[in-house]
Design a protein around this ligand. Structure first.
Ligand code: SF4
Length: 370
C-alpha cells in the first residue's frame, strides 16, 4: 500500500536511522573512485578537492563511471590545479577531451576554469547559488558539488536516486509528476552531518544494489525502511508516465547564417547516434537541464537570437532542442565546420532532426530547389 501523508511523516522521524544505516553501509561498501575521498580519510580530516569533484561531475554528466576514470586521471596529470587548466590552450583541452563526447562540456569546462582561476584564491564558490553561476553547472551538478566538496546540506537527485526514493516510499505517482514529492522526501532525509557522503551513498545504492532490474534487496541497508519491499513489487517502481516512457533529453542548436545565406555545418562523430551525418552546431543532448542548453553554450560569440524549438522522437528518447540563429558577417572559420550554400542545403546529409532545426530558423530552407 502506498504511504499516506501521515505515514510519510512517521517516515521522517526515522530519517536519522535511515540515513545512519545508509552511511554505515557506505562506510563499508562505497565504490572506490579516483575523484572520491573515502569516508576513512574524511574522518581523518582530508577534505575533497573542489576541483576534483567539479571535474568528475562534469565528465559524468553524460558518461559512465568506467569511461570517465581514465579521462579524469589524464586531466589531473596534465592540469593538477584549476589554474593549470585555465592556463591551458583551449585546443589542448579539446584534444584531451576527445572521445568523451558532448564537446560543449569541454568548452564549458575551460570557460569555467578560466572564471574560477580569476576568483579570489582561485577557489570555487562553496554553495549552490554561486556554483550555478558558472558555465556548465546546472541544478544537479551544483547540488552535487556543494554537498560533496563543501558538505552543504543539498538535495542531490539523479535517476538512480529517483529510483531508490520511489521504492523506499512506494511512490506510485508516475515520474516526472512525482519529482516534487521525491525532492521533498529526500530533503527530509539528508542529514546535517556528512551530507556529501549521504549523496554519494544514495548514488552508490542506486548503482550497485537498488538497480533497475532485480534489485538486491537482501543486501540493502535500508530494507527495513523500504515500502516497496513490503508491497512486494520494487521492480515495478518507479512508475513512468506515458510521456516519460521515453526519456527526454534537451539541448540547443545554433544556426549560423552568413551574409550570402550559407549555413554553418559540421559532421557528427562517426560512432554513435546519427554518426557521420551533417548537423548545425549543437550542445550535448542531455537528460539533465544543466545550463548547457542556452545561448551561453553557442559555438562562438554572435548576436544569437532564439528562433524557436523543435522536438524529435528517437528510438530510445525524445529530444527537445532550442534553436538559435545568428547572422554572421565575417567568414567565421571553425575547425571541422564548413559553410553550406543555401541552394545546396537539401543535398547535405542532414538527418530529419537537423532539417527541423534549420526549418525552425529559416522556414523553407531545406525544401528549396534552386
Ligand atoms: Fe531498493 Fe530493495 Fe533497498 Fe528497497 S530494499 S531500497 S527496493 S534495494
Amino acid at each position: 500500500m502506498a504511504l499516506t501523508g501521515k505515514a510519510r511523516k512517521g517516515a521522517f522521524h526515522k530519517a536519522d536511522g535511515l540515513a545512519g544505516r545508509l552511511l554505515a553501509w557506505y562506510d563499508a561498501h562505497h565504490r572506490d573512485l579516483p575523484w572520491r575521498v573515502p569516508p576513512s580519510a574524511l574522518a581523518k580530516g582530508v577534505r575533497p578537492d573542489p576541483y576534483h569533484v567539479w571535474l568528475s561531475e562534469i565528465m559524468l554528466q553524460q558518461t559512465t563511471v568506467e569511461a570517465v576514470k581514465p579521462y579524469f586521471r589524464k586531466f589531473l596529470d596534465k592540469w593538477p590545479e584549476v589554474t593549470d587548466l585555465a592556463a591551458a590552450e583551449p585546443e589542448d583541452v579539446m584534444k584531451a577531451w576527445a572521445g568523451l563526447g558532448y564537446y560543449s562540456r569541454a568548452r564549458n569546462l575551460k570557460k569555467c576554469a578560466d572564471l574560477v582561476a580569476a576568483l579570489p584564491g582561485s577557489r570555487f564558490p562553496n554553495d549552490e547559488t554561486g556554483l550555478r553561476e558558472l558555465p556548465g553547472i546546472g541544478a544537479y551538478t551544483a547540488a552535487a558539488i556543494a554537498a560533496i566538496a563543501f558538505g552543504r546540506k543539498a538535495v542531490v537527485i539523479d535517476g538512480n536516486v529517483e529510483r531508490v526514493m520511489s521504492r523506499l516510499f512506494e511512490i506510485r505517482t508516475p515520474l516526472p509528476d512525482s519529482k516534487p514529492e521525491i525532492r521533498a522526501l529526500l530533503g527530509e532525509l539528508v542529514p546535517d552531518e556528512r551530507s556529501g557522503d549521504f549523496a554519494q551513498a544514495m548514488m552508490d545504492l542506486g548503482a550497485t544494489v537498488c538497480t533497475p532490474k532485480r534489485p538486491r534487496c537482501m543486501l540493502c541497508p535500508v530494507r527495513e525502511d523500504c515500502r516497496a519491499v513490503l508491497a512486494g513489487d520494487p521492480e515495478l517502481l518507479p512508475v513512468r508516465g506515458e510521456k516519460a516512457d521515453k526519456p527526454r533529453r534537451r539541448g540547443a542548436a545554433y544556426v549560423a547564417v552568413r551574409s550570402d545565406g550559407a549555413i554553418l555545418l559540421r559532421t557528427r562523430p562517426e560512432k554513435g547516434l546519427l554518426g557521420g551525418m551533417s548537423e548545425v552546431p549543437t550542445t550535448g543532448w542531455t537528460a539533465r537541464i544543466d545550463g548547457e542548453t542556452s545561448v551561453k553554450s553557442a559555438p562562438f560569440p554572435a548576436d544569437w537570437r532564439r528562433a524557436g524549438s523543435i522536438s524529435h522522437v528517437f528510438t530510445h528518447f525524445e529530444l527537445e532542442l532550442d534553436v538559435y540563429r545568428a547572422e554572421v558577417k565575417g567568414a567565421t572559420a571553425l575547425a571541422g565546420h564548413w559553410w553550406s550554400p543555401i541552394a545546396a542545403i537539401h543535398d547535405e546529409a542532414l538527418p530529419t532532426v537537423m532539417k527541423k532545426v534549420i526549418e525552425s530558423a529559416i522556414p523553407g530552407a531545406t525544401k528549396r530547389r534552386h
